[in-house]
Design a protein around this ligand. Structure first.
Ligand code: HEC
Length: 211
C-alpha cells in the first residue's frame, strides 16, 4: 500500500513547493516604510527615540562642525591646525568642487559660468577678504542662493581645508611686501624680461624668434 502511494505523495509535494518559490529579491524582511500589522500605527519602521544620534554623527563641536561659536556667530579662524598639507588638500578639493564655477583663482569665472550659470562674486572683493573663516565653511555646508550645499560631497575636515586654500588664494592677490623674503622682493621689483633667443625648452629657438 505504502509503496504505491509514495510516488504520488512526492509528486504532490513537488507541485506544492513550486507554488512556494521565493526569489532573492523578495526576502522575508520588512523594507523601509513597509506596512506591518504588528505595531499599532501599522508601520514596520519605528520612530527613533527623541534625541537619538546616529553613530558617528554626534558633531557636538559646533566650531568644527558648523563653523559657529555657541552664540551662533561665525568663527573667525579655522578651528584646525593650518598646515601645508591642509592647504594642499584644500587646493585639490577646491579644484574639484569649486573651480568649475568660482574659477581656479576664485575670480568667479569658472567654466560653468561661461556656459550661462550665475556668476558668483569674486573671492577677492573686500567683503569676502574680510569675512570670517566660518562664513565660507557655512556656505559650503548649507549652500548660498543659487549655489547648492556641498555637505554630502565634502566632509567637514575637507571643508576647512578648502577654506584654508581660499584664504591662500585671497592672500596671493594682496600679500603685504613685508611678508616676502628679500630675494622674493627683488624678483618682484625686477622688470619682466620678454623671452628671447633659444631656451632649453625650445631647442630650435624658433619660439623666441617669432616673439
Ligand atoms: C555650480 C556652481 C558652483 C559651485 C560648484 C560652487 N559654487 Fe559657490 N557660488 C556659486 C554661485 C552662483 C554663488 C552666488 C549665489 C547667489 O548669489 O545666488 C556662489 C556663492 C558662494 C559664496 C558666497 C559668496 C558671497 O557673495 O557671499 C561662497 C563663499 C562660495 N560660493 C564658495 C564656494 C566653495 C568653497 C565651493 C566649493 C566647495 C563652491 N562655492 C562651489 C556657484 C557655485
Amino acid at each position: 500500500m505504502r509503496s504505491r502511494f509514495a510516488p504520488v505523495a512526492v509528486a504532490l509535494a513537488a507541485l506544492l513547493l513550486v507554488g512556494c518559490r521565493q526569489d532573492m529579491h523578495d526576502q522575508a524582511k520588512y523594507e523601509p516604510y513597509e506596512a506591518s500589522e504588528l505595531f499599532a500605527d501599522g508601520a514596520a519602521s519605528r520612530t527613533p527615540v527623541e534625541g537619538t544620534v546616529a553613530r558617528g554623527m554626534l558633531h557636538g563641536d559646533g566650531r568644527l562642525y558648523r563653523g559657529m561659536e555657541a552664540d551662533g556667530s561665525f568663527v573667525d579662524e579655522i578651528p584646525l591646525p593650518v598646515t601645508s598639507e591642509l592647504v594642499a588638500r584644500g587646493r585639490e578639493r577646491f579644484e574639484i568642487y569649486c573651480s568649475p564655477c568660482h574659477g581656479r583663482t576664485g575670480d568667479g569665472q569658472g567654466m560653468i559660468v561661461s556656459r550661462g550659470f550665475k556668476q558668483p562674486e569674486s573671492f577677492h572683493v573686500d567683503r569676502l577678504q574680510q569675512t570670517q573663516d566660518g562664513y565660507f565653511y557655512d556656505v559650503i555646508s548649507n549652500g548660498f542662493g543659487q549655489m547648492s550645499s556641498y555637505a554630502s560631497q565634502v566632509e567637514p575636515a575637507d571643508r576647512w581645508a578648502i577654506v584654508s586654500y581660499v584664504r591662500a588664494l585671497q592672500l596671493s592677490r594682496r600679500a603685504p611686501a613685508q611678508m616676502l623674503t628679500a630675494d622674493e622682493r627683488q624678483r618682484l621689483a625686477a622688470p619682466a624680461v620678454p623671452a628671447s633667443g633659444s631656451s632649453p625648452e625650445s631647442p630650435t629657438g624658433a619660439e623666441g624668434q617669432h616673439q
